[in-house]
Design a protein. Structure first.
Lengths: 195, 111
């Protein structure tokens, strides 16, 4: 975690302080960029752009949120700008069709899911769904914050998040089982901590 | 509220739906654990980032490269160009009409 002292030193422009900030945070920033744009080289451009924006805005960072959270927001914003510039703005908003990218491997429905499997399943989601589920379930953004970053309402983020979770679950475990009316509400309910 | 209670009763008594809920939770939990999985950028990434941020010349070039690839800038430039050409055409037309309006009564008076 980035300390207050290091942040203050970077704000004052002390030699080496900004480099230390980048050294401490770059793996996670780059990983987020990579997960959002899905390409190693483009992810480096996005992460670099995020650090440039952070460098320019360091003085305005008030410390209300954690520095890393602030940096993730900047990275998400830089990734959205990047996709728009590359003419994939439609992709950012698009949710794609509802078909699975492949038939999931037959598996025991009670088996524990490996992280690699979820990573692969995430990459198979359309960018519009991948973005919301990544920012919410991996990086802990609120639906309001996600809406602000990608330019849609909080309600639209929630709808997209539930569709993304359903698809993610189906990519890993296959089609839904159980009663249809109940299953429809499960992506939302699963987060509540009930039952 | 009643609807929610019914829903919870169903989940408590239907093993199929309870299993499906458990699978959702498993996937959401596995997604959450990805926060600690990192991908390494290429060697020299940190040095490049710091050099670009701290050297104004490199930063300027990075901005220029970004704007050169910005589709919105392309659209704005094309729109501005179109507007300038359109305004020029209207001005020329107006000037020619005004010129004709001034010269024609002169010819009539002379005739």
């Amino acid at each position: 975690m980035v300390s207050r002292e290091l942040l203050d030193a970077a704000r004052r422009g002390e030699p080496g302080a900004f480099e230390e900030l980048v050294e401490m945070t770059h793996r996670r920033v780059y990983t987020l960029a990579h997960r959002l744009v899905g390409d190693r080289h483009e992810a480096e451009d996005v992460a670099q752009e995020a650090y440039l924006r952070a460098y320019r805005s360091l003085r305005s960072f008030r410390g209300e949120a954690r520095f890393e959270t602030w940096l993730y927001r900047i990275t998400a914003n830089a990734a959205m700008s990047h996709l728009r510039r590359r003419g994939r703005f439609g992709d950012v908003l698009a949710e794609g069709d509802e078909r699975l990218t492949r038939e999931p491997e037959p598996r025991d429905p009670d088996e524990v899911v490996e992280r690699d499997e979820v990573e692969r399943a995430l990459l198979s989601l359309p960018p519009g769904q991948r973005t919301v589920v990544l920012l919410k379930d991996v990086y802990g953004f609120s639906c309001q914050e996600i809406g602000d970053e990608i330019g849609i309402s909080e309600g639209a983020v929630k709808v997209r998040l539930h569709r993304a979770r359903r698809r993610l679950k189906e990519e890993v475990y296959g089609p839904a089982r159980g009663h249809e009316g109940v299953a429809r509400r499960l992506p939302e309910y699963a987060e509540d901590g009930h039952a | 509220m009643r609807e929610r209670e019914d829903y919870e009763v169903h989940l408590a008594t239907c093993s199929e739906c309870a299993g499906e809920l458990a699978r959702y939770r498993e996937v959401i939990s596995a997604a959450g654990s990805l926060l600690n999985e990192v991908i390494e950028p290429s060697p020299g990434f940190v040095a490049r980032v710091v050099a670009t941020a701290e050297q104004p010349g490199l930063r300027w070039r990075a901005d220029l490269r970004r704007y050169a690839h910005d589709r919105r800038i392309h659209v704005a430039a094309a729109s501005l160009g179109g507007a300038v050409v359109g305004a020029g055409a209207i001005a020329l037309l107006w000037w020619r009409l005004a010129h004709r309006a001034v010269s024609e009564p002169t010819r009539v008076a002379a005739g």
